[in-house]
Design a protein around this ligand. Structure first.
Ligand code: UDX
Length: 857
């Protein structure tokens, strides 16, 4: 099902289109498949072997750098020669022989189906007849308990030989705890049963000391692996999780300069020194989605965490999109009761199926920030493979065990395998746990609720970074609140994913629910606002978006020209997306006068030298009267996120190289099925594409990608939505020239290439008679004849002036504040307020993300 609590992802192979090789026919009579061999002439080095196999050859051909090509060849050769992986590993789990081949049959029970498979296979345990103890034992051995805590089913039964009697829910607790001959229970093999009892006794002793207050509260080391630019949300997460006795280690993806600087600020503010940020090569990784580097990141960070702090009991990893769904006190309580256990979530399906879905039977290698698929491999004999989610809570003992693998063949062997594994962190910990002396500390619960919606989250969206189709969970929204609150009785402490740019209200409500006594947040400044940085002048990595640079610089000039500075000498500092009440409100541009470029005599001393402005985007959509209630939204933009069904390009800039998408949502009142046409008219008045939308009850929301010749013509485009013969709605958008190319001023040659409309022969559509009259009514006559003798090659100030014309039409400067307090004391002709006192400004207070007093507790 796609519901809550699905531990693992479903994956399938993307088609492999890039094979460039010699085809060698295999002559074996049974195997007539085509073997592919790499053409050595494609390499400028001598490979250590003949690389054979479609996937490996495709990978070498696609990789660009010498380093990456060599790595792929070397790993492929070692794999071909059987030298890459250990053939056999040994499990040191004392009762592992009991499970082999039938791991899914173990444990308490999962559902009715398992129950049937298990008949005659189970043992009932006696647990002092208390459902709590019973639940504990199931949990302990890594399975669910069907009783008060984990499921709606309930079993009670006599001791061996098992005579299980299924009781109605309501009578279960009472019967189990009432009748001394009955035990509550589930299914456990005898072996686990014994281990379970041993552990149970140990736990009981601990629990009694807990009750008498002797057990020290568990201390947690949080490992935050963060990526992206949602630094205010990460600060909010740290604010919520902070406890002086815990330890926080923050790993920022090596490519994210902005987030890194923001996290360094947090580290510096915290005088207790229990927040550390991973710094420098060897400790910071470019941890791509699904990459081997994500496991390297986790293990290297874990090692640092052991060194930094001697006191923690559990390591819990979280990302920028996790949020707690229980209070800190509840989490501490739970972990205090369960010291020494390891919490991971298993896939819950048949093992072989999991292995294939997950690509565990394939070799992958990471370079050029990509996971390349090289072909099949054999997993080692002698151990049990397990996996699921990579969000875990691990005991310190286990982390120490992982951190000194030298003396340990199992861990060393598995590390070799997982170095070449897709999504390694989703299986490494599980597999080590299952096959090591820690096997009886395995708990099949990673303390997380995950919002899987596979129809949306499995769109093969990571093709750009992995040779595989991976899935991601969806963001929680306000409507999911009750679903989360319903987990109150269960041992679930975190949920993912949350993103304030998608929905901040759910995060607000969760915080109110978890901490009702904290000061009234709704009265806090900036309570229902959110700011997310899009551009910062100090960033070297990742490269800035040229469209953002172009438009934001243009806005900077327009802002100062509004104040009376007409030289255009400005320096763009920051661009921020600003949200109010969960809605995108506008863009903030932080800009200063570029004083260096002024002659001292012309320096306009009366202008504030740094300001921030609130910019709004013009809405260029109109619907006909009849259709206005049927069309919920219609928009054209770039960076469409299919999972969240929204555009991520907040600034909305479109340039000649943009990949446009039209996204639509119709109201359920629309009579379906229904066919609509979308006509794309370029700035010259030519019809350049027609799309058909087939709307049915289930497809009222969707997106289409037009086929347009690149580079797109500069200027105002129009798009018509036609229903039968009437215009249901029309949209316009502007393709602006680019002032930057790869973050540098646009060179003339490039300007010529991209600012003259599509290259080669332009493909235009014959205007169908039936549309002709419709378009004529809308003022679209004939295509204007283009003067092909004019070649557009403006650069520098001329190009800027051209861009400013377009930007001025589409963006509105709504408000300006003074960002530099010193200068607010100067003459202030424009009656501007200080940004720190201005609600919308990124410089105004934002207590939820304010960490200044964090470590003062
Ligand atoms: C899931 C798993 O939970 C994740 O760990 C796995 O690697 C991929 O799929 P998903 O929502 O798809 O999660 O990924 P996301 O949470 O965006 O990223 C997983 C982790 O990798 C996060 O900690 C994130 O910060 C980090 N990451 C992701 C990077 O450091 N760099 C990236 O480029 C992408």
């Amino acid at each position: 099902s796609d519901g809550l609590l699905q531990g693992s992802r479903q994956l399938k192979l993307p088609p492999d289109k890039h094979v460039n090789s010699n085809k060698v026919q295999s002559h074996s009579p049974q195997n007539r498949t085509i073997k592919v061999k790499l053409d050595k002439k494609l390499l400028n080095f001598t490979p250590i072997c003949d690389v054979i196999g479609r996937e490996a050859v495709s990978a070498v051909t696609r990789a660009r750098s010498q380093f990456c090509k060599e790595l792929i060849v070397n790993v492929s050769c070692l794999s071909q020669q059987g030298k890459l992986y250990p053939e056999r590993l040994y499990s040191s789990c004392p009762h592992s022989t009991g499970f082999i081949g039938k791991p899914k049959n173990l444990g308490c029970f999962k559902d009715d189906k398992t129950q049937r498979i298990l008949s005659g296979y189970y043992a009932i345990f006696k647990t002092n007849n208390s459902p709590e103890h019973c639940a504990f034992m199931c949990l302990q051995s890594g399975y669910r308990f069907a009783g008060t805590e984990y499921s709606t089913e309930c079993f009670c039964g006599m001791e061996e030989p098992p005579q299980v009697k299924r009781l109605p829910d309501s009578s279960c607790n009472m019967k189990c705890s009432g009748d001394p001959r009955q035990s509550c229970g589930g299914y456990l093999t005898t072996n686990i049963y014994r281990t379970g009892i041993r552990r149970f006794k140990a736990q009981e002793a601990r629990n009694s000391s807990l009750k008498t207050g002797k057990e020290k509260p568990a201390r947690i080391a949080f490992l935050l692996t963060v990526n992206g630019r949602a630094s205010r949300q990460v600060k909010r997460l740290i604010n919520v999780l902070y406890d002086p006795s815990h330890f926080y280690y923050i790993h920022v993806d090596a490519r994210q300069d902005y987030m890194y600087r923001e996290m360094l600020k947090v580290e510096k503010i915290c005088r207790r020194k229990n927040i550390k940020v991973a710094k420098g090569a060897g400790l910071r990784y470019a941890s791509i989605w699904g990459g081997a580097s994500l496991l390297t990141t986790l293990l290297s960070s874990a090692q640092q965490m052991l060194q930094y702090s001697k006191h923690w009991d559990f390591l819990v990893n979280l990302s920028e999109s996790d949020f707690p769904i229980k209070s800190n006190a509840q989490l501490i309580d739970f972990l205090t009761w369960n010291k020494g256990l390891n919490f991971v979530k298993s896939h819950g399906r048949e093992v072989q199926r999991f292995i294939t879905k997950q690509g565990l039977d394939k070799t992958f290698v990471e370079c050029e920030a990509r996971m390349w698929r090289l072909g099949d491999r054999k997993l080692p004999k002698g151990i049990q493979i397990d996996g699921g989610s990579d969000w875990v809570a691990l005991s310190r003992d286990f982390v120490e065990y992982l951190s000194s693998p030298e003396s340990n063949e199992l861990v060393t062997g598995l590390l070799k395998i997982f170095q070449y594994t897709l999504l390694p962190a989703e299986s490494f910990f599980h597999t080590v746990l299952r096959n090591s002396k820690f096997c009886n500390t395995y708990v099949d619960n990673n303390l997380h609720v995950t919002n899987w919606k596979r129809k949306l989250g499995c769109k093969c969206q990571y093709k750009a970074v992995v040779d595989w189709c991976g899935c991601s969970p969806n963001d929680f929204k306000l409507e999911d609140l009750s679903r989360i609150r319903n987990t109150a009785e269960r041992n679930l402490f975190f949920a993912r994913k949350f993103e304030p740019v998608i929905d901040q209200r759910i995060i607000d409500r969760l915080e109110d629910w978890l901490y009702p006594d904290r000061e009234n947040r709704t009265k806090m400044k900036g309570y229902d606002m959110y700011w997310q940085n899009l551009y910062h002048h100090a960033d070297l990595s990742p490269m800035s978006d040229d469209t953002v640079l172009t438009i934001a610089n243009s806005l900077g000039r327009l802002i100062y020209s509004r104040l009376g500075l007409n030289t255009g000498h400005i320096r763009l500092l920051e661009t921020t997306a600003y949200f109010v009440k969960n809605k995108f409100r506008g863009i903030l541009i932080l800009v200063e006068m570029d004083i260096k470029t002024f002659e001292s005599s012309t320096y306009q001393n009366d202008l504030p030298d740094r300001v921030e402005a609130l910019i709004t985007l013009q809405r260029n959509f109109t619907a006909s009267k009849m259709w206005s209630s049927r069309i919920k939204s219609l928009a054209i933009n770039t960076d469409y996120d299919q999972k969240e069904q929204t555009f991520r390009n907040f600034l909305g800039g479109i340039d000649p190289m943009s990949n446009l998408i039209l996204a639509y949502e119709f109201d359920a009142s629309l009579v379906t099925p229904r066919n609509l046409s979308v006509l794309w008219i370029d700035p010259n008045g030519a019809l350049v594409d027609v799309n058909n939308l087939q709307l049915e009850e289930m497809t009222l929301m969707g997106s289409v990608k037009p086929q347009l010749d690149e580079p797109l013509s500069i200027g105002k485009w129009r798009v018509f939505l036609i229903a039968d013969t009437i215009i249901a709605g029309n949209l316009s958008f502007i393709v602006t020239p680019l002032a930057f190319w790869k973050n540098r001023q646009m060179p003339m040659k490039k300007a010529r290439d991209i600012h003259n409309g599509p290259s080669g022969t332009r493909r235009t559509r014959e205007i169908d008679q039936k549309w002709m009259s419709i378009l004529r009514k809308a003022g679209i006559n004939q295509e204007q004849t283009l003067d092909s003798t004019i070649i557009e090659d403006r650069t520098g100030p001329e190009l800027n002036a051209w861009i400013d014309e377009f930007v001025g039409q589409y963006y509105t400067i709504e408000n300006i504040c003074i960002a530099n307090e010193m200068h607010s004391k100067k003459r202030n002709d424009h009656d501007l307020h200080e940004c720190s006192q201005t609600n919308w400004s990124s410089l105004s207070p934002d207590p939820k993300a304010d960490v200044h007093n964090l470590c003062e507790i």
